[in-house]
Design a protein around this ligand. Structure first.
Ligand code: SF4
Ligand code: SF4
Length: 260
């Protein structure tokens, strides 16, 4: 369950792959689907890609219909939130009395609960060091009559590894922003960030289908890979944003005055 009211993270103990915790979420529990209301559910780039494909929509239509955009107070970067609906602030994908209508495409945050993933990276380290905390929500009965999991089993059961892999590529981008010392982005730079990270169908059109000098400068192998595999295209999009905005890529493009 993503962040919501009366939720707190128990940071007294760090869990890694072989550590255990006890949890069970089944439709028989009295609290079933209570947690799918009134959420501050931030969607990551991969969440958006999986959901828009599950719903048979373009990323642009998905973003317009189901999300709102905020500029992060500390980061100055666009953050995508799932819009809740109706008087009870229900998740738009909750079918009352039934459960999650997009279960196989549910966002990473819904898969991760009752854990919270912390990913630490540094310049001197290859890859990411991850650990987890338990998140406790007062109305959640998942900690009663529960089953024991290792963190590794939970990640496998919830299909989390591919979400974490993609979130780590996004994390590279956020780290590059921090290291660049750039504080606020211009409106044009926010548009670049939004397209490369969140609006993957527009990025495909921009990068692969329109006249674009950057495409001609890329190797044919990379173009073939990202043309045939949307997950690779999304990784490429996030790294394209990183290069363009935070690693001194084409500055005229990042200022919005480039025609490519
Ligand atoms: S057990 Fe917790 S996560 Fe599962 S339905 Fe109940 S409130 Fe939601
Ligand atoms: S996406 Fe599914 S699991 Fe996640 S909050 Fe919405 S209904 Fe619940």
């Amino acid at each position: 369950m993503p962040d919501g009211p009366e939720t707190y993270m128990d940071d007294s103990k760090r869990l890694t792959d072989e550590d255990t915790f006890c949890f069970s979420c089944t439709p028989e529990k009295k609290c079933f689907t209570n947690c799918c209301h009134d959420l501050n559910l931030v969607l990551m780039p991969y969440d958006i890609m999986v959901l828009k494909n599950r719903l048979g929509m373009t990323s642009g239509d998905f973003l317009k219909k189901y999300t709102s955009v905020h500029v992060g107070f500390e980061t100055g970067l666009p953050v995508i939130m799932l819009k809740m609906e109706g008087p009870y602030l229900k998740c738009p994908f909750l079918e009352e009395g039934k459960g999650c209508a997009v279960y196989e495409a549910r966002p990473g945050a819904c898969r991760t609960y009752p854990l919270a993933r912390m990913a630490r990276r540094s310049k001197d380290m290859e890859g990411v060091e991850e650990f987890f905390y338990i998140v406790r929500e007062s109305d959640c009965l998942g900690f009663k009559d529960c089953r024991t999991w290792t963190v590794k089993e939970w990640k496998e059961n919830e299909g989390l590894n591919e979400y974490n892999e993609m979130n780590d590529v996004f994390g590279e981008l956020l780290q590059a922003k921090t290291e660049s010392g750039i504080d606020r982005l211009t409106a044009d730079q926010i548009d670049i960030f939004y397209m490369g990270c969140y609006d993957i169908d527009s990025f495909r059109q921009h990068f692969l289908e329109g006249p674009n000098l950057e495409r001609y400068m890329e190797s044919p192998e990379v173009i073939e890979l990202i043309s045939g595999d949307e997950k690779e295209l999304l990784k490429y999009g996030m790294r394209w944003v990183k290069k363009k905005l935070f690693l001194g890529g084409c500055l005229s493009c990042s200022a919005g005055s480039c025609s490519t």
